[in-house]
Design a protein around this ligand. Structure first.
Ligand code: FES
Length: 82
């Protein structure tokens, strides 16, 4: 895989809990978007593991082309997919 798969062309709203650990999918293969389900195995991609700094609602990128991972930065609007 040279590039991550476009899991979806729009972001997904997620509820984050302060102090909790999350693994954001960067390969696009996970079926539990936007989080990792282990399907990156065998690719060069690794999940982006982070701890939420605060409890909040956030929009996470599913096209995997954002410049501000794991958050959507609007890049999906430039992709040619529906
Ligand atoms: S869903 Fe990827 S930039 Fe918005």
């Amino acid at each position: 895989m040279d590039e991550p798969k476009i899991a979806a062309c729009q972001p997904k709203q997620v509820e984050l809990e302060e102090g909790k650990k999350y693994a954001y999918c960067t390969c696009g293969l996970s079926e539990s978007q936007p989080f990792c389900d282990g399907k990156h195995s065998g690719t060069q991609f690794k999940p982006d593991v982070f701890t939420a700094e605060k409890t909040e609602s956030a929009w996470f990128c599913q096209c995997k082309r954002t410049g501000n991972a794991p958050r959507c930065d609007g890049t999906h609007k430039n992709l040619s997919c529906e």
